[in-house]
Ligand binder design. Structure first.
Ligand code: ADP
Ligand code: MG
Length: 720
C-alpha cells in the first residue's frame, strides 16, 4: 500500500488591488487603511488630539468625555468599513494574544443602534479565570481588567462576514497585578524614558524631553505544505518534528539563503506584506533564510510597545495567509532537527524626541563620547543581568536553539566588532584620558565611521550584537512575545543609567562633561569586560573560555527560570515597580508549568507515533522480507542479503523498543513538584526522547519510502 500525501499545488492567485488605470495601487494608497489612530483619524478635534497625546505620553488618566469622542469616531469609522464587533485585544502570560468579541450593538428602547461606549473603550472585564495566572487569583477575585493602551493604534481584523475592531489593551488583576506581557513593557519604557532623559539633560542635551525605546523585530518561519503538516501528528500537536531522518542535501550548500524566492512562496509573502501594510505595519524585508523551507520577514523599527504589538500581528498574519496558500507556517524555534532553527532578532536602540539615535556613533567628537558612554551602559546592563536576559528568552522550543547539541551555547555575551573593541580597550586601560582629565586619544570620526563597515561581516554567532547603530538581541525565540525580553532589557539598562546619573552628578562638579563621560565609560567597561566576545560563539572553546570568565551558562529553561526568583537579579526591577515581586513568582509558575506541559505533550505524542506509525511500518517490512527469505529457502537459493537486512532491521527495532520503554517508564515516574519535574524533564527525560528519535531515524533509514508512514524531511522541506 503506497502512502499518499498529495500536496495541493493549486495556486492561490493573490492580486493586489489595481487603480482605475489598471496599475497596481501604491503601498501608500492602502497603507494603514485598517488602523485607527486618534492622531490621524477623522472626527476628532485638534484640541482633543493634543489632550490625548499628553495623556499618552504622561500615562495620566484619560478623561471620560475624551474617550467618548474617540469611541464615537472609531465606531463610525469601523462600522463604515464593515465592522460588526469590537474586542479588547491583549497578551496573556502564554505569550499569545486573546480577544473577546462584543457586537457594536446597543438598544435604544427597542431600536438597535451601533455603539461603543467610552466605558467599553477604556475598560473591559474578560472572564479571566481561565488565563494562566501562576496562582495569582483565587476564584473569589477572579476578575481581570483590560484597559485601553492609547499608545498602540486600534485595528480591524477580517472575519468571514464582517470585521472586528481590536483595541490594544493591558490586562491586570483586581489588585493591579500584571497578568500580561504589555503592562511590564509599558512600565519599563516609562522608567527608561525618565532616566535616559535625565541623563541626556545632564550631559548637555538640554532640549531632550523624551527618550523612547526603538525596536524592529525580524521574524523567521518555515512553510510546509498543508498536506504534509496534517500527516504529521507531531507537527500538529507540538509544532516540531519529534523524529525524522535528515535528507542528504539540506543546508550544507548555503544555496537557499537569499536565493530566489519560489513562486508559490513569493505569492504568499506578497499577500502577507499586503495585509500587514493595510494594518499599518511597515513590513520591509523578505527573503529566504538559511534552512530549506525557511523564510524571514522584517519590519521598519518603531517605538517598542507598538513594535511588540506589531510582531504579534505579524505572527498571526503569517499563519493566516499561509493557510490560504495551502501552507502551514511553523513559528516553532526548531521544527526540524539538524538544520537551522528559527529566531527573532530584536533590533533595539533608544531615540530622543527630536530623532537622535543614542547608539549612533556619529562623527562629532562630543557625540562620540555620548555614544561610547551609552554603549558602555548597555554592555554593563547586559553583563549584570545576563541571567535575567537568558531567562526571558527561555522556552522548551528555544532550548533547541540555545545550549543544545547543534546550537549555539546559551551563554549571553556581547559582540562589539573589532573596531569598537579596540576603542573600548583603550578607554578601559585609561589610554584616552590625560593627567588633567582631558580626552587625548583621537577617538576619531574615522574610526567610528568605520564601525558600520566593521559590522558588515557580521558575527552571526553572537546572542547580543552591536550592529552599527543599534544592538541586536538574536537569541530570542521565533514564537515568543518580544515584550518580555524587551521589558527585561529596558529594566537592566534603566538600572545602569540611574547609577550613571549619580556618578556623573558627582564627577561633573569636578571636571568637564566629556571627561566625566569618559570616566563613566571606563568604569563600565572595566566591570563588564568579560561579557564582550567577538569570536565564534558556536565553538567549544568559547564554552570553556566563558566558564573561565565566570559567565553564566544556563543550558535549559529549567535552569534559566530560577533567575526570576533570584532577589539579587530582580531587586532593582521590583524596587522600580517594573515587575512586582508576586508578578515574578506568577511568571515563574506559569513558565515552569508551561515548560513541563509542553514537554510532556511532546513525549506522549512521540511515544504514540512510535506505537501507531513506526512500529507497524517495521512489521510490514519484516513481512515482506520474511516472504522473500521463505521463497528463497524453498527454491534452495543461497542468499544472505535479505537475511542480513532482516537482522539489521530486527536489531534496530529492538533498540527502538527498549528506548520506547525507557521513555515510558521515565514519564510515568514523574511525581515531583513543578520545579523538580522541570529539572527531571530537562536533564533526564528529554535525553531519552532524543534517543528514541535517534532510533526512529535509524529505522526510517532502513524502511522503503513507500512503507514509511510519515512525510519525510525531504518532502516537507523541498516539495512545494
Ligand atoms: P540587518 O539586515 O543588517 O540586520 P537592517 O538595517 O535590515 O539590518 O535592520 C534590521 C532591523 O533593524 C530592521 O527592523 C530595522 O528597522 C531595525 N533598526 C534599524 N535601526 C534601528 C534603531 N535605531 N532602533 C531599532 N531598530 C532599528
Ligand atoms: Mg539583523
Amino acid at each position: 500500500e503506497a502512502k499518499k500525501f498529495a500536496i495541493n499545488r493549486k495556486e492561490r492567485t493573490f492580486k493586489r488591488p489595481v487603480d482605475l488605470n489598471g496599475n497596481f495601487q501604491k503601498v501608500s494608497e492602502y497603507y494603514g487603511e485598517n488602523v485607527f489612530h486618534y492622531l490621524t483619524a477623522p472626527g476628532i478635534p485638534e484640541s482633543i488630539k493634543n489632550e490625548l497625546l499628553t495623556v499618552s505620553n504622561s500615562g495620566n488618566k484619560l478623561k471620560k468625555e475624551h474617550a467618548d469622542i474617540v469611541a464615537k469616531a472609531v465606531t463610525e469609522w469601523a462600522t463604515a468599513k464593515g465592522a460588526t464587533h469590537f474586542c479588547h485585544w491583549f497578551q496573556p502570560l502564554t505569550g499569545s494574544t486573546a480577544e473577546k468579541h462584543d457586537a457594536f450593538l446597543d438598544l435604544d428602547g427597542e431600536l438597535p443602534i451601533e455603539k461603543l461606549s467610552a466605558g467599553q473603550l477604556m475598560q473591559g472585564e474578560p472572564d479571566a479565570s481561565s488565563f494562566p495566572n501562576g496562582g495569582a487569583r483565587s476564584t473569589f477575585e477572579a476578575r481581570g481588567y483590560t484597559s485601553w493602551d492609547l499608545t498602540s493604534p486600534m485595528f480591524l481584523m477580517d472575519g468571514v462576514n464582517g470585521k472586528t475592531l481590536c483595541i490594544p489593551t493591558a490586562f491586570v488583576s483586581y489588585h493591579g497585578d500584571a497578568l500580561d506581557m504589555k503592562t511590564p513593557l509599558l512600565r519599563s519604557v516609562t522608567r527608561l524614558n525618565d532616566v535616559a532623559t535625565k541623563f541626556m539633560n545632564l550631559i548637555g542635551f538640554t532640549d531632550t524631553k523624551k527618550v523612547s525605546v526603538t525596536c524592529g523585530a525580524e521574524q523567521e518561519y518555515f512553510l510546509v505544505d498543508k498536506a504534509f503538516y496534517f500527516s504529521r501528528p507531531d507537527l500538529v500537536m507540538t509544532g516540531r518534528t519529534l523524529l525524522g531522518s535528515l535528507s542528504h542535501k539540506n543546508q550544507q550548500l548555503d544555496d537557499h539563503y537569499f536565493g530566489r524566492i519560489p513562486e508559490r512562496v513569493l505569492s504568499c509573502m506578497e499577500e502577507i506584506d499586503y495585509e500587514l501594510h493595510r494594518l499599518g505595519i511597515p513590513a520591509k524585508t523578505r527573503h529566504n533564510e538559511v534552512a530549506p523551507g525557511q523564510f524571514e520577514i522584517a519590519q521598519i523599527f518603531r517605538e517598542a510597545n507598538v513594535s511588540a504589538d506589531n510582531n504579534q500581528l505579524v505572527m498571526a498574519v503569517i499563519k493566516e495567509v499561509a493557510e490560504k496558500h495551502n501552507f502551514i507556517a511553523l513559528l516553532h524555534e526548531k521544527p526540524f532537527a539538524g538544520i537551522n532553527g528559527s529566531g527573532k532578532h530584536i533590533n533595539w536602540s533608544m531615540a530622543t524626541d527630536d530623532g537622535m539615535n543614542l547608539l549612533e556613533p556619529g562623527n562629532k567628537p562630543e557625540k562620540n563620547i555620548k555614544f561610547l558612554a551609552v554603549t558602555s551602559i548597555v554592555i554593563e546592563a547586559v553583563y549584570r543581568r545576563a541571567k535575567l536576559l537568558r531567562m526571558a528568552i527561555s522556552s522548551q522550543g528555544n532550548d533547541h536553539r540555545l545550549g543544545a547539541n547543534e546550537a549555539p551555547p546559551s551563554i549571553i555575551s556581547v559582540f562589539t566588532g573589532s573596531n569598537l573593541e579596540k576603542i573600548f580597550e583603550a578607554i578601559k586601560n585609561g589610554e584616552t584620558v590625560s593627567e588633567e582629565g582631558k580626552v587625548v586619544l583621537d577617538l576619531g570620526a574615522n574610526q567610528l565611521a568605520n564601525l558600520m563597515m566593521d559590522n558588515t561581516d557580521r558575527n552571526r554567532t553572537s546572542p547580543f550584537a552591536f550592529t552599527g547603530n543599534k544592538f541586536e538581541f538574536r537569541a530570542v525565540g521565533s514564537s515568543q512575545s518580544i515584550s518580555f525580553p524587551l521589558s527585561i532589557l529596558n529594566a537592566a539598562v534603566t538600572e545602569v543609567f540611574e547609577e550613571s546619573i549619580e556618578f556623573l552628578e558627582k564627577e561633573i562638579k569636578a571636571s568637564s562633561v566629556e571627561a566625566a563621560l569618559m570616566k563613566l565609560t571606563k568604569k563600565w567597561l572595566q566591570s563588564s569586560w568579560n561579557i564582550i566576545f567577538n569570536g565564534d560563539g558556536y565553538s567549544q572553546e568559547w564554552v570553556e573560555e566563558a566558564k573561565k570568565r565566570g559567565l553564566p551558562n544556563l543550558r535549559t529553561t529549567a535552569d534559566a527560570l530560577g533567575a526570576l526568583l533570584d532577589d539579587e537579579q530582580t531587586k532593582y526591577m521590583v524596587e522600580k515597580g517594573i515587575f512586582r515581586k508576586n508578578e515574578l513568582q506568577m511568571r515563574y509558575n506559569v513558565l515552569v508549568e508551561n515548560y513541563n506541559t509542553l514537554r510532556e505533550i511532546e513525549f506522549q505524542t512521540q511515544m504514540d507515533i512510535v506505537k501507531k506509525n513506526v512500529l507497524p511500518a517495521t512489521l510490514e517490512y519484516k513481512k515482506r522480507l520474511g516472504k522473500v527469505i521463505k521463497v528463497q529457502k524453498e527454491i534452495g537459493l543461497e542468499s544472505s542479503v535479505e537475511v542480513e537486512m532482516y537482522k539489521k532491521l530486527n536489531f534496530t527495532v529492538e533498540s527502538l523498543y527498549a528506548n520506547l520503554m525507557n521513555l515510558t517508564s521515565a514519564c510515568s515516574a514523574l511525581n515531583g513538584d513543578a520545579a523538580k519535574n522541570s529539572l527531571e524533564i530537562a536533564n533526564n527525560i528529554f535525553p531519552l526522547s532524543e534517543k528514541l528519535a535517534q532510533s526512529c531515524n535509524e529505522v526510517e533509514d532502513l524502511i522503503p519510502n513507500e512503507l514509511w508512514p510519515l512525510p519525510t524531511y525531504y518532502e516537507m522541506l523541498f516539495l512545494r
